[in-house]
Design a protein. Structure first.
Length: 567
């Protein structure tokens, strides 16, 4: 693991950590701690997976243990190499390294097949001829027990023969399955003779056409953990009802027995964290791909500019619980702001430019003013900002008829320009056809230069700006929540959950102006645009046009909530 050790050491205690501490005190597993992060390569990882990644890698690192990256690739019809590559990239980006411990469930297909044969030999598994619909019908309900399949009592010899013929490809897809023989009357539906193998003629991204039968997730998962010597199998609460089955398989096979421990998954407001639904967003082109900055995928939030350090801090802050709950997305955004406030250099950028001409400033004069790069980190120093006769300010910083409490620029009023002078609006120039304000004619007070001995005159507002002759044109993409509703999946039965997509989740501004020093900014570089928010250079940038994604605004409702809670 490559993250700083003190990040792990400072992690608060929780029930899983307490279990590990107790196991080590009893010398269970010889004191070893070996975890795994086991994604299915059927989609991109999302922010919910980050919690699991941080937990698995973090708990192992704290106790000097190991963590495997294992792809549970048992369903080739939905798996792609693209997803494998993206998962590797995301885990590394988040700050973790699995060394040489990259494994796949498909690595164990031969062993799993042997395990299945062993269960057949013990009379604990049988080949069933029921169709998928019939299996569901025979399974029963939460209030009614299931019924035994008419093929449940086949002999061991017949079951072995049929299973071998399934592997040999003698039967069509869906015609036979291998099922565990447990208890069709069990109160736990997962124990009612679950399917272990199904016939599926689909090429696998690693094994090709070698297999035409594939193990189910429930059968492969625990045995893969056992083969790898995992000590603590950490998973989310939806697998709690699967734990008796996990244990049953391992006990019947008499192999190393990892301990499955369930924890609450991450749920966020204004967010959908279902890979199936995220795939639907991509396929139906509600978004521009898995890494669309509005997506909760790790690829999406990375492109948007969220730092991995902020994600780790967020996962630590929300903790590890036994009961599901929903976290306000403002808490995630707060973690991002906290991190970027410390590390992001400040620059001035005007998103909606309004031209300002300083009529009493010499036409050929250019001053280099001193600007602070980050007041939170003096070591980042200062930079020169050119100041000239023609400037741009934000259009929203001017009102021809200002409402009460508006202290920014208006006719006859004064404001200070950041790092520069106090200016006064003398004249408003409008487009004769539309009546739109296109230019402000102002005067500057040369005695009010910021930092000079005569700069003490006070005004009520300070505006950011850029020099028109020196600024670069840029595009800014302003992102909002992808879903307007706080609980986007909370809809009436039969309604389309995508109706909650926010139609204003993206606003593109194509005539922005930014400081020229950003000309060589590399994709992924983060800045605070003073007064406007945190922005990240997007990969779509080119020599002709810089493109910025708004990572997060400067408003921080969660900080106010926290402050109120401390009182």
């Amino acid at each position: 693991m490559s993250i700083a050790t003190n990040e792990v050491d400072s992690a608060p205690s929780h029930f899983i950590r307490n279990i590990v501490v107790e196991d080590r005190e009893r010398n269970k597993n010889g004191g070893r701690v070996h975890t795994r992060f086991p994604p299915e390569p059927n989609g991109y990882l999302h922010i919910g997976h980050a919690k699991s990644i941080c937990l698995n890698f973090g708990i192992a690192a704290e106790f000097g243990g190991l963590t495997n990256l294992r792809f549970d690739d048992t369903n080739p019809s939905k798996e792609e190499v693209e997803y494998v590559d993206s998962i590797r990239s995301d885990v590394r980006w988040l700050g973790f390294d699995w060394g040489d411990r990259e494994f796949y469930a498909s690595d164990y297909f031969d062993r799993l097949y042997e395990f299945a044969e062993k269960l057949i030999d013990k009379g604990k598994a049988y080949v069933d001829d029921l169709s998928a619909d019939q299996i569901r019908e025979y399974r029963g309900t939460l209030t009614e027990p299931g019924r035994n399949s008419p093929f449940r009592d086949r002999s061991v010899a017949e079951n072995l023969d049929l299973f071998h013929r399934m592997r040999a490809g003698e039967f069509p897809d869906g015609s036979h399955t291998l099922r565990a023989k447990i208890d069709m009357a069990s109160a736990n539906l997962n124990m009612r003779d679950p399917v272990m193998y199904r016939i599926l003629r689909t090429a696998h991204h690693r094994t090709g056409d070698k297999w035409c039968i594939y193990p189910t997730y429930d059968f492969a998962h625990g045995q893969s953990d056992s083969i790898e010597g995992i000590t603590h199998s950490l998973c989310t609460l939806e697998f709690e009802d699967h734990r008796p089955l996990y244990d049953w398989f391992i006990e019947q096979l008499e192999i190393h027995h990892p301990q499955q421990i369930e924890f609450a998954r991450l749920n966020l407001t204004h967010t959908v964290l279902s890979k199936r639904k995220l795939l639907q967003l991509v396929q139906h082109k509600h978004v521009a791909g898995w890494d669309d900055p509005r997506m909760p995928t790790l690829a999406g939030i990375r492109r948007r500019g969220y730092p991995p350090e902020a994600i780790r801090a967020f996962c630590e802050r929300i903790g590890v619980a036994k009961r599901n709950s929903t976290v306000d997305i403002a808490m995630l955004e707060h973690a991002v702001r906290e991190d970027l406030n410390r590390r992001a250099p400040r620059v001035m950028a005007v998103l909606r430019p309004l031209k300002v001409v300083l009529t009493n400033y010499p036409e050929d004069r250019v001053e280099q003013l001193d600007a602070v790069n980050n007041p939170e980190d003096p070591s980042m120093g200062t930079r020169n900002v050119p100041f000239s006769r023609v400037l741009y300010i934000e259009r929203d910083d001017f009102r021809e008829e200002p409402p009460k409490g508006f202290f920014r620029l208006s006719p006859g009023k004064e404001v200070r320009l950041r790092y520069a002078y106090i200016i006064k609006c003398e004249e408003v120039v409008k487009d004769p056809n539309t009546g739109e304000v296109v230019e402000l004619r102002c005067t500057y007070d040369p005695q009010t230069k910021s930092g000079s001995a005569q700069s003490g005159r006070k005004v009520k507002a300070t505006l950011h700006w850029v020099s028109a002759a020196h600024a670069l044109e840029a595009e800014a993409r302003l992102y909002d929540h992808l879903f307007a509703a706080e609980s986007p999946e909370d809809i009436a039965e039969g309604e389309d959950w995508t109706k909650n997509i926010n139609p204003n989740s993206l606003e593109t501004l194509s005539s922005c102006r930014v400081e020229r020093l950003l000309a060589d900014a590399a994709p992924g570089t983060r800045y605070q645009f003073e007064r406007m928010g945190y922005f990240t250079v997007d990969r779509d940038s080119s020599d002709k046009m810089l493109v910025f994604n708004r990572t997060v605004t400067l408003r921080d409702p969660w900080a106010k909530i926290e402050k109120g809670q401390k009182k």
